[in-house]
Design a protein around this ligand. Structure first.
Ligand code: OAD
Length: 246
């Protein structure tokens, strides 16, 4: 590490040489904005629910009103918070390297609000409404407990990808190509437990990229990576961008 920079020299050197940097983010990147992650205990209103039990098509069919209440609560939660220094640093990093592809598992729009462009939304976007029958984009009336598709009468649903559902084809294609093409892959704030997203780092590694994890709690995947930085993304990323810029 060089003077005044706590980021390993090897990472700064790899980023300086990089032609294409690929970043995968997870819920941890939004944690410092106040958005609860998926695998940490919930508090308040939803403490008794496991978020994973609410994020399935089966749960929606069983009780669509409950699922809508949950997602409306999450929409309000993410609307009420601001992007944090980690989000802003990723947007800045895109200005410092020749090409940057940002893939996020988050559905909260915080990367976009921090200025990142062309974000690949791997698990959809919580602010979109879709027809449950055919997946087409719709507009849900906020006053109705379970809004209905005006074309076919099916229930509308939030535009997120649930467990057991396919990743949107364009997101799958673009992220796979970026993982293969990049020379540095950063896996930030994700437990790396949910596939296919977690497989992108392996794909990048198999294709010769330097793979680096940033997470205060190093994951089991970190042993396969080139480097794991144990720290909060809201602290590590601004420092990384600062070191790279100077
Ligand atoms: P998780 O909740 O599984 O993991 C969050 C990760 O963020 C953990 O590894 C934490 O250690 C880490 N973390 C916490 N605070 C952090 C901070 N300040 N800076 C950096 N990292 C921090 O969330 P994801 O891995 O995003 O999918 O979960 C993946 C997917 O599972 C989600 O997209 C969602 C979920 O169920 C679907 O809904 C399909």
């Amino acid at each position: 590490m060089t003077e005044n920079c706590d980021i390993p020299d090897a990472l700064i050197a790899a980023l300086r040489d990089a032609r294409h940097v690929c970043i995968l983010t997870g819920a941890g990147v939004s944690a410092e904005s106040g958005v609860p992650t998926f695998r940490e205990a919930q508090d308040g209103l939803w403490a008794e629910y496991n978020p994973q039990d609410l994020a399935t098509p089966e749960a929606f069919v069983a009780d669509p009103a409950l699922i809508w209440r949950w997602y409306r609560w999450r929409r309000e939660t993410v609307s009420a918070v601001e992007p944090n220094p980690g989000h802003f640093a990723i947007a800045l990093l895109a200005e410092l390297v020749p090409q940057l592809t940002l893939i996020t598992q988050n559905v909260d729009n915080l990367h976009q609000r921090a200025g990142s462009r062309n974000v690949i939304e791997y698990h959809g976007n919580i602010f979109e409404d879709r027809c449950f029958a055919d997946g087409s984009l719709r507009h849900a009336d906020d006053q109705t407990a379970v809004p209905i598709c005006t074309d076919c009468g099916s229930n509308l649903r939030p535009g997120v990808v649930w467990f057991g559902e396919a990743i949107p084809e364009h997101a799958m294609d673009k992220s796979g190509s970026a993982a293969v093409d990049c020379d540095v892959f950063l896996s930030i704030g994700t437990s790396s437990l949910v596939y296919p997203a977690a497989g992108l780092a392996d794909l990048a590694k198999q294709n010769g990229a330097a793979v680096v994890e940033i997470n205060p709690n190093p994951t089991t995947h970190a042993a396969n990576f080139d480097l794991a930085i144990a720290g909060n993304s809201g602290l590590v990323l601004p420092e990384l961008v600062d070191c790279l810029a100077h």
